[in-house]
Design a protein around this ligand. Structure first.
Ligand code: ATP
Length: 643
């Protein structure tokens, strides 16, 4: 289809080859993307803009495309560098007031009406009379100021941040203030998921290649090239999730040379492979019929991806690619003893588990979650941690992702040595009979684990799939067997005031799942029972600073009416007895039914501070769970009971 493009008239001051990207052009593109709900149209606008950026960049300039891509996904660097936006509402209100001369009270009232601080900032700017037109903002200028704001810390950092934001706002024209404020808030809310940015990059590079080739490409050739390039760029990025590395390489060597120069690299964490839930051993056997599979203990700790670089340095990354080396200095210290001499560089996939050093007993995840996330000193550590390695993704200069698990496991066992209480291999059994799996499951629970992970062992289905929740990994938790089903990780978006002696805290909460396609939070249940007074107080302390005047625009509320709204920041793990269709909540609406899906009798399990809100249970997973439950109920009825 024809590309939907932004027009020259939308770019004040114009934009010639070699000039920096005008920020107004990006803001216009954002508004076009926001104006449609159709995914193809959104992608078309983004593709045409990235194509413009490529065509107007001077030779050898890859920074323009890199910074543009970062602003499109609202980040400033790879995840593991830990530079994050997400400035609090009150600070932003202050900056808007200072730069437009309006009072805090008026801005707050506007916010209550509009529910979007970006819009409030833009309207405040438009109603402001100015004598001089400011110089047009450029994208590199905005990018470097956003980075300054995100990295300012220490003494009087709040005041410094307000001052930079005020300066940026003063230079804004038209739509710009709206998107600068939203970027600062940490969420663009234009419905532009990160995976569609990767597709747009691939499309733009192919179109640039076509336009530069001076030859006529048939439609067939173009479509084939677009499809093939998208797959290749996605696969390269999943191995090396760093735009800092992939974008310069893409512009230097082109799509065809990319795989050669962008490979898994120790120091750049991959998004981990995830598993699908199963309810019964029978289901595992059905799925893996006639295939070799293996069962491993599912340890109850924190995912740890451990990298050793050629220079000898060791880094530990979380499932969100955060650098956790400062949370686990003991792991970093212990590890060298477990590495054999032949092992120069590697990437291990493992679980860090709390352990009682005296008895050797594993302790639950909660023990680890008490640790500080930074600046932990080995001598202060009370609860030690043991690393259980279950996969080897890279060894001595070679990525292993496309080798069968049986081979990866063999290399893992050959190149590392267990040390009691510090490092071990995940306990595994390759037995394929129901009775033996049942016995292994029970043994795992007795040993303090959550259940089993069942994995394909041989051939292509057993390759490592970064960032995928794959059917080739199944989790079998003891809870499922009790008929409760999988737990969900949900975002706290609203609160209800407590009653009786609980009037000083919130007594119940509104939870939501996340739909990565529309980038919206969809409400799923109210949860209010089973909290102790102590837990309610700690939830209150954590949530109070996140209170909002009105629901954020990306929360699809449905009929829910909480007393107060929260900035979506906190993820809780929740169990449920049952899922049902609901006229009130909006989770996965339009997939199974026009109505949404809700949880019956939800029960709070724990805070998941290792998960970002975008990692919360996706709407699609909620729909899948509902589908599985409906199927199980049908089968149960067929058998003539709920035994
Ligand atoms: P949850 O941890 O609640 O099960 P999740 O969304 O964090 O959910 P899942 O894919 O559902 O992740 O479960 C896999 C998780 O189990 C991994 O992220 C890892 O932290 C942990 N785990 C423990 N033991 C193993 C193992 N032997 N193989 C793979 N993962 C394991």
């Amino acid at each position: 289809a024809a590309l939907l493009r932004i027009k020259e008239v939308d770019i004040p001051g114009g934009w010639k080859v070699g000039q920096p990207v005008p920020y107004a052009a990006l803001a216009k593109t954002f508004s076009l993307i926001e104006s449609t709900t159709k995914r193809l149209e959104k992608n078309s606008y983004l593709t045409s803009f990235l194509l413009l950026v490529i065509q107007r960049s001077a030779k050898g300039d890859w920074n323009s495309l890199l910074q543009t891509v970062y602003l499109c996904i609202n980040r400033l660097s790879p995840d593991y560098e830990g530079i994050e936006l997400g400035i609090g509402e009150s600070l932003l209100i202050k900056a808007i007031a200072e730069s437009t001369g309006r009072s805090l009270a008026v801005i707050k009232a506007d916010l209550k009406r509009e529910g979007d601080l970006g819009l409030v900032a833009m309207n405040s700017k438009t109603s402001q009379k100015t004598l001089f037109k400011p110089k047009p903002l450029t994208l590199p200028f905005v990018f470097s100021h956003l980075k300054d704001i995100a990295t300012t810390s220490g003494h009087s950092s709040q005041a410094k941040k307000v001052s930079i934001i005020t300066k940026l706002l003063a230079a804004c024209q038209g739509l710009e203030a709206k998107y600068i404020i939203r970027s600062l808030e940490g969420k663009l809310r234009i419905g532009n998921a990160e995976r569609s940015v990767l597709v747009a990059i691939a499309n733009a590079v192919v179109l640039a290649e076509k336009e530069a080739s001076n030859k006529n490409w048939s439609n067939e050739k173009l479509i084939k090239r677009l499809e093939e390039s998208t797959l290749r760029i996605k696969s390269v990025y999943s191995e090396l999730p760093s735009y800092d590395k992939v974008i310069p390489a893409l512009l230097n060597v082109g799509i065809d040379g990319l795989e050669e120069v962008c490979k898994l690299t120790p120091g750049v964490p991959l998004k981990p492979m995830l598993a699908k839930p199963t309810k019964a051993i029978g289901e595992v056997l059905d799925r893996f019929e006639n295939q070799h599979f293996t069962c491993e203990y599912k340890y109850d700790g924190e995912r740890a991806q451990v990298h050793k670089l050629e220079d000898g340095s060791v880094a530990v990354f979380s499932r969100n690619s955060e650098d956790m080396s400062k949370k686990y200095p003991d792991l970093v210290e212990q590890l060298p003893k477990c590495i054999k001499e032949t092992t120069k560089s590697f990437v291990l996939d493992a679980e860090a588990v709390a352990i009682d050093r005296k008895t050797g007993k594993l302790m639950p995840f909660q023990e680890l979650s008490r640790r500080k996330r930074k600046d932990v000193k080995v001598e202060d550590i009370q609860v030690r941690v043991c690393l259980f390695a279950f996969d080897l993704l890279y060894l001595n200069g070679e990525p292993l992702l496309r080798k069968p698990l049986s081979e990866r496991r063999k290399l893992l066992l050959e190149h590392f040595q267990p040390i009691d209480g510090e490092f071990n291999f995940a306990k595994a059994s390759n037995s394929q009979s129901v009775e033996e799996i049942q016995a292994f499951l029970e043994e795992s629970v007795k040993d303090g684990c959550e259940g089993l992970m069942v994995k394909m062992l041989d051939g292509e289905p057993s390759f490592y799939e970064p960032s995928r929740r794959s059917v080739n990994w199944l989790k079998l938790k003891k809870d499922y067997l009790a008929g409760v089903g999988d737990s969900l990780d949900l975002v706290v978006v609203g609160g209800y005031y407590g009653k009786g002696k609980r009037t000083n805290v919130y007594g119940a909460f509104l939870l939501a799942c996340f739909d990565p396609d529309s980038e919206e939070y969809q409400t799923i249940c109210k949860i209010g029972t089973g909290f102790s007074d102590e837990i309610l107080q700690s939830h209150y302390n954590e949530l109070k600073p996140l209170e909002l005047e009105k629901a954020r625009g990306d929360v699809n509320i449905g009929g829910a009416k909480p007393d107060i709204w929260f900035e979506p920041k906190i993820v809780w793990e929740v169990l449920t007895a049952d899922l049902s269709l609901s006229p009130i909540y909006t989770a996965a609406h339009g997939t199974v039914d026009e109505r949404g899906i809700s949880l019956r009798f939800p029960r709070f399990i724990r805070v998941r501070d290792d998960k970002h809100v975008e990692d919360a249970t996706a709407s699609e997973q909620v729909a899948e769970m509902y589908g599985r439950q409906a199927l199980a109920n049908r089968d149960g009825k067929k058998k003539g009971g709920d035994d």
